[in-house]
Design a protein around this ligand. Structure first.
Ligand SMILES: [Zn+2]
Ligand SMILES: [Zn+2]
Length: 163
């Protein structure tokens, strides 16, 4: 069986949509070789970790005071098929930051997004996710660029996967 969530070669593009390779982009964070130095960078690497099912990383970068009992096992129960990440805005004020993003996914032939304004805090030189405020979003127009960063129009790309 082919695992659609795997990145199996050094030339694979990073799932976070940076247009860099995974090795140059989010992998060093996932392997703990380096620390995400901006909140947007952390947010992107957390999205990639969801795609690639690096649940340990998701727990480690989630501020312990805000985990509310969340475990790797709970995260592993999810089976979301992610399509792409769109960072809408990010702002930072000293050790606090907010990043608003849309994380697109397909479920049961329906495309939807987690549209969230996430909050982050910096402690001991590391950024942590604290909590997010969810919003609702609409699908892109048929002629808009596709959500998966393919460079194609939505109607010529992921919209074809709708029933
Ligand atoms: Zn990345
Ligand atoms: Zn697409």
């Amino acid at each position: 069986m082919v695992n659609i969530n795997s990145v199996d070669s050094a030339s694979s593009q990073c799932p976070c949509g940076s247009l860099q390779t995974y090795v140059q982009c989010c992998e060093p964070y996932h392997l703990n070789y380096s620390v995400a130095d901006t909140p947007e960078c952390l947010m992107r690497s957390r999205y990639s970790a969801f795609v690639l099912r690096h649940f340990t990383y998701l727990i480690l970068t989630h501020h312990p005071d805000y985990l509310q009992g969340l475990t790797e096992q709970q995260l592993a129960q999810g089976n979301t098929q992610w399509l792409g990440l769109e960072v809408v805005s990010s702002k930072q004020q000293s050790d606090h930051a907010e990043v608003t993003f849309k994380a697109w996914f397909i479920d049961n032939k329906q495309i939807d997004a987690i549209y969230e304004c996430s909050s982050f805090v910096k402690q001991q030189n590391r950024w942590f996710y604290t909590q997010g405020q969810q919003m609702t979003t609409r699908l892109p127009g048929r002629n808009d660029p596709c959500i998966c960063n393919s460079g194609k129009k939505f109607k010529q790309c992921c919209a074809k996967r709708l029933s």
